[in-house]
Design a protein around this ligand. Structure first.
Ligand SMILES: NC(=O)c1ccc[n+]([C@@H]2O[C@H](COP(=O)([O-])OP(=O)(O)OC[C@H]3O[C@@H](n4cnc5c(N)ncnc54)[C@H](OP(=O)(O)O)[C@@H]3O)[C@@H](O)[C@H]2O)c1
Length: 328
């Protein structure tokens, strides 16, 4: 990809129509899996062959007091993130090796990978009653090496939960043999987890009061206590919605998969035990929970766009919204 000096770049792609007009449309080359339609992000921190399939990939410095938070989701053309039922995994929406590879690239740059507890439970349920679930990690060997060269430490999976019924011994991710883990929870949740005995590779970060959980405070503790500077949120929609409402999403990586699935679960789809009591079962979009009014909705700059086959890979950076401090 043509390299340009940082000071030649307009700050954000959508701030500059001229930049969009001049956008370099690149043809895929043999080692590049993504065609770059435009990219106005910061340059990569290091020059490394591992970036070849994607091209440029950099971040700004993190803000004081908390990590830089970037999310990664895949959605259908109609904005759906999961089919629910037996095929609830995000991979069923993605159906793309490039999207899986990009997930690894994003993970390689993260000091921690943040998820809601349901995303772990769904992946475990899909694997059957005997499964102890999965560990979320970088799979591509070249990207694991890149991670080492970037000086990132051991990978860390971080879960948000009230920990009402969570038994740490039932989930492989808390064994500590593959990645470190952390749990963000309320003080009462942390108390329940401590009562389960020592789990040396699981950091418990409590924030709030009693059963009440304080998400922004917990995110601040990730930086203060675990040194997390770049935090990748991989969902699901419930967690993303609460992070977004707390003004805690700086960037979104969004894959649009060329499938259309519909929001209402159709009558012919088998319902799992937990889905049977809901008469109208809706598949979620990226943003779960209460959203915004017209007056306080968020606005985003379109920072880069790539394509691979019929999949679209976009990156957006938060502009801020009325009444907030705006872009951090
Ligand atoms: N398409 C994609 O890119 C993508 C990405 C991720 C996930 N998904 C799919 O999305 C589905 C899961 O999404 P989801 O919205 O149900 O689950 P989720 O956000 O992964 O997890 C929800 C749970 O996380 C905890 N939680 C989240 N935010 C919290 C907050 N602010 N305070 C306290 N606890 C909080 C709660 O756990 P407790 O109930 O334990 O308190 C809550 O029940 C799965 O089907 C998954 O495969 C798709």
């Amino acid at each position: 990809m043509r390299k340009c000096k940082l000071d030649e770049r307009p700050r954000f792609a959508s701030d500059s129509q001229e930049f969009l007009d001049r956008a370099v449309v690149e043809k895929p080359i043999p080692d590049r899996r993504f065609a770059v339609l435009f990219d106005n992000a910061e340059p990569s921190l290091v020059s490394d062959d591992a970036y070849a399939p994607y091209g440029n990939f950099g971040f700004p410095p993190p803000p004081p007091g908390r990590p830089w938070i970037y999310s990664n989701f895949v959605q259908s053309l109609d904005g759906i993130t999961t089919l629910l039922g037996k095929h609830a995994s995000g991979g069923e929406i993605s159906q793309s090796p490039e999207d899986r590879w990009l997930m690894d690239l994003l993970r390689a740059h993260a000091d921690g990978l943040l998820m809601g507890m349901n995303t772990l439970l769904v992946e475990q349920r899909i694997r059957g009653p005997e499964s102890r679930g999965i560990v979320f990690q970088v799979a591509d060997p070249k990207l694991r090496e890149l991670r080492d060269r970037l000086g990132k430490g051991r990978e860390r999976n971080i879960f948000v939960t009230h920990a009402v019924n969570l038994d740490l011994s039932r989930h492989k991710v808390f064994d500590g043999d593959v990645v470190d883990a952390a749990i963000l929870t309320s003080p009462a949740g942390a108390e329940r987890l401590r009562a389960q005995g020592p789990h040396p590779h699981v950091a418990l970060l409590a924030a709030g009061e009693g059963e009440t959980f304080d998400l922004p405070r917990a995110i601040g503790k990730l930086r203060e206590e675990l040194g997390v500077r770049y935090l990748l949120c991989e969902g699901g929609p419930t967690l993303y919605g609460s992070l977004a409402r707390a003004d805690l999403v700086d960037e979104k990586f969004m894959t649009v998969s060329p499938i259309e699935v519909g929001q209402l679960v159709p009558p012919e789809q088998e319902r799992l035990a937990g889905e049977q009591t809901t008469p109208v079962l809706l598949r979620p979009t990226v943003f779960g929970g209460p959203g915004y009014t017209r007056e306080n909705l968020t606005r985003w700059s379109w920072l880069s766009c790539r394509k691979a086959g019929d999949h679209q890979f976009s990156r957006y950076r938060r502009k801020g919204r009325p009444g907030t401090s705006g872009q951090r």
